[in-house]
Design a protein around this ligand. Structure first.
Ligand code: ATP
Ligand code: MG
Length: 383
């Protein structure tokens, strides 16, 4: 199933809560698709430094770069002189700046926008701004058409749906009637720029109170931003709606990464339902870090296995028996955990029929190198 998604889709989006393995999954999927011959771009967000270095995106850079040939070899990508795997590290601030630069030609106006506190708030601190930037960058990369497949890693979202809603929400925030009120076209005396003077002239008591609360500088910034941003707003709204359309097209598949725990499964089911309501079916669930059941849980069998290991050959039987007795409850507890994870994943599959659940095992250590990444990739197609 994952194989088919890698072969057929143009965009794969890995979503999910914080720390579940979105970046790892996105990188492994990208490597898989490149191995299968597709010219693939991995768009990462904050990859672990070692993984970023391995993929050749350790340094900051807004443009996609080919993953070094040695790394491609380690990932099993055919070494035939054709570059197939690329990576880019998304940068929220740069993405917004590029958009403003594409819409505003006047350098003075650009500078005013970039210096404005409100612009900085909207592009860095507003809920959804990182998600919007990721979709904005994705849209541009998809439009430029240099890749067969783009795999998008996403920022951690409290609710994975935030990601789908981000373009609309941000568009609503910058075009809300309340904010627009400030930016009503200034009268002849306004000289083209809004200032608090106009607000005072309006005699709006509420605004005076507001100015006391938040500072008049802030209100001036809001007004100035909205006047300057009027020119960009049309483009911004049009882009938000184009992104919304792109994210809902059949070329795109969402993959929800989760850990095999009850709360995560509940959340995944909720997301699955909401996506269906929105008409965007989920491509697959990726259950990451699934513990592998211990082969042995019984004391006698554990002792025999220890005795068979050359490292313990010289230990007295009594020592081995004691060690096995201490291992037994741990092995049983671990087996119980694996069984409970298995039940949770079965519940997920039963409640979301038609959406495959792919399992990736919990590895011994972090996936911060190419060998581990390849292991994750192999689990994705076999799990
Ligand atoms: N299957 C696995 N086995 C062991 N470790 C894993 C596995 N998958 C991911 N990890 C490790 O878990 C950590 C979190 O993974 P990752 O960075 O991919 O998550 P994320 O969802 O992108 O996190 P964030 O929400 O913070 O961006 C990393 O240290 C990664 O190496
Ligand atoms: Mg991440």
């Amino acid at each position: 199933m994952i194989r088919a998604l890698c072969d057929e889709k143009r965009i794969l989006v890995c979503v999910g809560p914080g720390g579940v393995g979105k970046t790892t999954t996105a990188a492994a999927l990208g490597a898989l698709a490149a191995r299968r011959g597709r010219r693939t771009l991995i768009c990462t967000i904050d990859p672990a430094p070692r993984l970023a270095d391995a993929l050749g995106v350790g340094g900051l850079g807004p443009d996609p770069r080919p993953v070094p040939a040695a790394a491609c070899r380690a990932l099993g990508i055919p070494d035939d002189g054709i570059e197939r795997l690329f990576a880019v590290r998304l940068d929220t601030e740069r993405t917004f700046a590029r958009f403003v630069e594409s819409e505003v030609t006047d350098p003075e106006m650009r500078r005013r926008i970039f210096d404005n506190t409100i612009y900085r708030q909207i592009t860095t601190a507003l809920t959804g701004s990182q998600e919007y930037a990721a979709t904005l960058a994705l849209y541009e990369l998809a439009r430029d058409g240099g890749f067969d497949l783009i795999v998008l890693d996403t920022p951690p979202t409290a609710n994975a749906l935030d990601f789908l809603d981000a373009p609309k929400r941000l568009a609503a925030a910058v075009s809300s009637p309340a904010l627009k009120w400030f930016a009503r076209p200034p009268g002849a005396a306004g000289g083209g720029r809004l200032s608090l003077q106009r607000l005072w002239a309006g005699g709006a008591l509420v605004l005076r109170r507001l100015a006391k609360l938040v500072g008049s500088r802030f209100l001036d910034d809001v007004a100035a931003f909205l006047v300057d941003f009027q020119g960009v707003l049309g483009g911004f709204l049009a882009r938000a709606s184009a992104i919304d359309q792109l994210m809902r097209s059949a070329d795109v598949a969402f993959l929800l990464v989760l850990v095999p725990a009850a709360a995560a499964v509940d959340e995944a089911l909720y997301f699955h339902g909401r996506l269906r309501e929105a008409g965007v079916p989920l491509g697959a669930f990726i259950a990451n870090r699934v513990a592998q059941a211990p082969g042995l849980t019984e004391g006698g069998a554990l002792a025999a296995a220890l005795r068979a290991g050359s490292a313990f050959a010289d230990l007295p039987d009594a020592t081995i028996a004691r060690a096995a007795a201490q291992l037994e409850p741990l092995a049983r507890a671990f087996a119980a955990r694996c069984a409970s994870e298995g039940r949770e994943l079965e519940r997920l599959a039963a409640r979301a029929p038609g959406t495959p659940v792919t399992r990736v095992p919990l590895l011994d250590h972090d996936v911060d190198n190419l060998v581990e990444l390849r292991v994750v990739g192999e689990s994705l197609i076999s799990g």
